[in-house]
Write a protein that binds this ligand. Sequence first.
Ligand SMILES: Nc1ncnc2c1ncn2[C@@H]1O[C@H](COP(=O)(O)OP(=O)(O)O)[C@@H](O)[C@H]1O
Ligand SMILES: [Mg+2]
Length: 243
Amino acid sequence: MIKIEDIHKSFGRTKVLNGVSLEVKQGELVALVGGSGSGKSVLLKHIAGLLRPDSGFIYINGTEITGLNKRQLELVRKEFGFLFQGGALFDSLTLFENVAFPLTEKLRLPKEEVTQRVLHYLDLVGLSGSEEKYPSQVSGGMIKRAALARSLITEPKIMLFDEPTTGLDPQMSLSILNLIRSVHDRLNLTGIIVTHAIPSVFKFTNRILMIYEGRIYFDGSPEEFKRSEEPIIRRFLGEEVLD
Ligand SMILES: Nc1ncnc2c1ncn2[C@@H]1O[C@H](COP(=O)(O)OP(=O)(O)O)[C@@H](O)[C@H]1O
Ligand SMILES: [Mg+2]
């Protein structure tokens, strides 16, 4: 589903990606970890077609995207859902209207179908009954969940989650991760989650990728990761806030 071959990316003199290669199969849910500033978000943006590598190739479902023009990229991007760090909602819209937004904006579906789908997704993220509330009237966790519903409602084949749990308390973070897992299983989508929620993340993914010095430094199971004697991995695990 996602295949990356030897991508390199520098910003000015800073080399951020220095030969990243990886493959994520249809239906996999993988966690991408790494120190702050290691290039996790930059890598996700490449996969999403928001950044172009200096060299290397990116295949999404068989289509090589680094050579596509804007219009062709738009078509590929339709397969994606994103949940970026801010996960901001429109303050002037209710949770219902926020979640409905991608449907009314992009797909121009009939009103009844929109209503049905929005209610379904709000229910999926545990927000039934809060449809008419505004973002300012609900908790941070509820905003995250609404943002998650909004990113899923177009039923993307590939979901990219950039730190969906940052800023949430451990209990809320675990509930968001569990939610992502259950939605993933239900929709059988392909997902990459960038997260700091270690060790929670070990429980719901069976593949960890760690980026270090511009490359994929580790690719394996959570058990192997935890047991690794590699000083770089030990140091990384030691520095992470254990939740
Ligand atoms: N658009 C950009 N222009 C210049 N530098 C950038 C840009 N985006 C990211 N960087 C730099 O690339 C490095 C990796 O950033 P990022 O991928 O956001 O790290 P993280 O792993 O914390 O998500 C950082 O040094 C950051 O300053
Ligand atoms: Mg980041």
